[in-house]
Design a protein around this ligand. Structure first.
Ligand SMILES: Nc1ncnc2c1ncn2[C@@H]1O[C@H](COP(=O)(O)OP(=O)(O)O)[C@@H](O)[C@H]1O
Ligand SMILES: [Mg+2]
Length: 247
């Protein structure tokens, strides 16, 4: 087996479950309900890349403003404005109703079979990744972006295009999405089939207490620990207890 280059996630314990880290250049989906730590996961992945590996990070935010994210992540001691000043961190936004400029914003102009807002979003990803030579990208969350496309076939092709655009940047990417069903017997969401790897964050009621659990559902190019493991959100961000079991 050829040696796969790995990108450490920056989340203590998680890299043990991944035999060292995320395979370089891959697009990994982080699926979780509200409050499970998806946004923190993204910021931690980027901040750790900058601090520990000098790798510039791009945060593509869809639901929350830059201001909001900066304020929330400051509570973990992550000084994002300082990283921005050093050109190591950049924010961009590909939501169709914001920041794409001019008439493109809300209109859906068909160019061939593709629509213009998608075209603009892909261009924005390429441009902003190149501007800081991003080695890591986080997209948080893609749920509303893909739900613009009610048709399932179109939605599938939009997700594939997004993954392709992100892969072409050469960066290693984390995309988050809302978990739309919880429990031990949920159904698999479309984007999970299409991503190169899938990590699930959930809160399970175990006995009398609610326990945060993380599970790696799949990851190309690497063996994985597929067991559910407990994790916590602390003042340092996410921490996975990779030697503890949940049940
Ligand atoms: N400083 C902190 N210490 C511990 N937990 C925190 C802290 N800040 C936020 N949290 C927890 O993080 C969760 C929010 O994380 P976030 O990444 O925004 O979730 P998501 O993006 O999945 O909705 C909340 O449930 C909150 O309990
Ligand atoms: Mg969030």
């Amino acid at each position: 087996m050829s040696k796969v280059e790995r990108v450490p996630s920056g989340i203590p314990g998680l890299d043990d479950m991944l035999y060292g880290g995320i395979p370089k250049g891959r697009v990994v989906l982080v699926v979780g309900g509200p409050g499970t730590g998806k946004t923190i996961f993204c910021a931690q992945f980027l901040v750790s890349g900058i601090r520990d590996y000098n790798e510039p990070g791009l945060f593509i935010s869809l639901d929350e403003s830059r201001h909001h994210i900066i304020r929330e992540m400051a509570s973990f001691g992550w000084d994002i404005p300082e990283l921005e000043r050093r050109n190591m961190w950049a924010f961009t936004d590909i939501s169709p109703t914001r920041h794409l400029g001019g008439d493109v914003k809300t209109e859906k102009l068909a160019i061939g079979k593709r629509d213009f807002s998608l075209e603009a979003a892909m261009g924005e990803i390429r441009r902003s990744a190149k501007a800081i030579s991003a080695k890591r990208i986080a997209v948080d969350p893609i749920t509303s972006f893909i739900f613009q496309y009610p048709d399932i076939i179109q939605r599938r092709s939009v997700i594939l295009e997004l993954i392709e655009a992100l892969t072409l940047t050469g960066a290693t990417t984390v995309i988050t999405t809302e978990l739309r069903m919880t429990g031990l017997e949920r159904s698999v969401q479309l984007e999970e089939y299409l991503a190169h790897g899938v990590i699930i964050l959930q809160t399970l009621q175990i006995g009398k207490s609610a326990t945060r659990v993380i599970q790696i559902e799949k990851m190309r190019e690497t063996p994985i620990d597929t067991q559910m493991r407990p994790y916590r959100i602390t003042e340092n961000g996410l921490e996975v207890y990779s030697r503890e079991s949940v049940f």
